[in-house]
Design a protein around this ligand. Structure first.
Ligand SMILES: C[S@@+](CC[C@H](N)C(=O)[O-])C[C@H]1O[C@@H](n2cnc3c(N)ncnc32)[C@H](O)[C@@H]1O
Length: 282
């Protein structure tokens, strides 16, 4: 049974250091300030397990020792591991198919080079879906498409960059596009598909924490930004701040694609809802 924050003083899992309510609150504070993510009370079990495992891996007796260790070393790689405990990487090729239809129509109507930012790209499915859409729509994609794909989660970005997916992951990609843009693995890569070089080279991957000014692609002006299924984990002030930043990074008339349960119409005058979770930069 899940214990609520009010009712638990210590959350124990066999073989791991116990998590106290104070540890949980401290971890919630840290992940909020570091990545903007709001940690719900239903995440206690997962948090206790992962913080317990992290403490154990570093031979630390208590979770509070692990959190001390983090806070004492603001530049440590351990922060990446801490952040990835709380990031939810769920994604899919052609997730919310209508977004890719709208992107294709947008590109056809403009008929000029395009720059797109997949700002929470997770393991890459979103960025490669964008790349396929643009390659299928534009006359000379090699010279007229720029896609930046970033995420806060370093492991996810590494996997995205490798461009190797289990065959069940690429199922949403239509057969003729699968043949055109992926190589089927053989031998030890049996059951996998790898993105072919022309498509892979069309995407520039990187690590960007959206809530930090550092690393933000300042100076770049995008025609379209995808920020889908992530803002929902941020609080309202963070969402408002991000919308203002996205507005600055977009050309007028550009499109902002958001997740199916995200609605920012009341929070910004920089964007107007065009329909079906797509906003236009005014
Ligand atoms: C649920 S996935 C969504 C992936 C993709 N946009 C989609 O809709 O299929 C959320 C992603 O947001 C990333 N994320 C969370 N906080 C972030 C932050 N502060 N900056 C950048 N990315 C973040 C997570 O690492 C995760 O990969």
């Amino acid at each position: 049974m899940t214990q609520s924050i009010e009712s638990f003083t210590s959350f124990s899992l066999p073989g791991l250091p116990a998590m106290t309510a104070a540890d949980f609150e401290r971890a919630a504070r840290l992940i909020k300030s570091k990545a903007g993510l709001v940690l719900g009370n239903h995440k206690e079990d997962m948090t206790a397990r992962n913080l317990g495992l992290s403490a154990k891996r570093l031979n630390l007796a208590r979770i509070s020792d692990y959190l001390d260790h983090l806070e004492r070393q603001p530049e440590s790689d351990e922060w990446d591991r801490f952040i990835s405990i709380f990031t939810i990487n769920h994604t899919a090729f052609y997730r919310e198919q209508h977004h890719f239809d709208i992107l294709a129509k947008f590109v056809k109507e403009r008929n000029k080079p395009i720059s797109v930012w997949s700002s929470t790209c997770s393991t890459g499915e979103e960025a490669y879906s964008i790349a396929i859409t643009l390659h299928e729509t534009m006359a000379a994609p090699e010279s007229s498409v720029h896609i930046l794909a970033t995420d806060i989660d370093a492991d996810a970005v590494k996997r995205a960059e490798q461009g190797v997916f289990n065959l069940d992951r690429v199922q949403p990609v239509p057969q003729h596009l699968l043949k055109k843009y992926f190589r089927r693995g053989t031998g030890r890569f049996e059951g996998k598909a790898k993105v072919k070089p022309p498509l892979q080279q069309a995407v520039e991957f990187g690590i960007v924490n959206l809530v930090s000014a550092e690393g933000w692609p300042h100076g770049q002006q995008f025609d379209a930004i995808f920020c889908r299924n992530t803002m929902i984990y941020f609080d309202k002030p963070t969402q408002t701040k991000l919308l203002a930043r996205f507005a600055k990074s977009m050309k007028p008339g550009g499109l902002l694609f958001v997740g199916h349960s995200e609605n920012f119409s009341q929070m910004t005058s920089d964007f107007k809802l065009q329909g079906q979770t797509v906003y236009v930069r005014v």
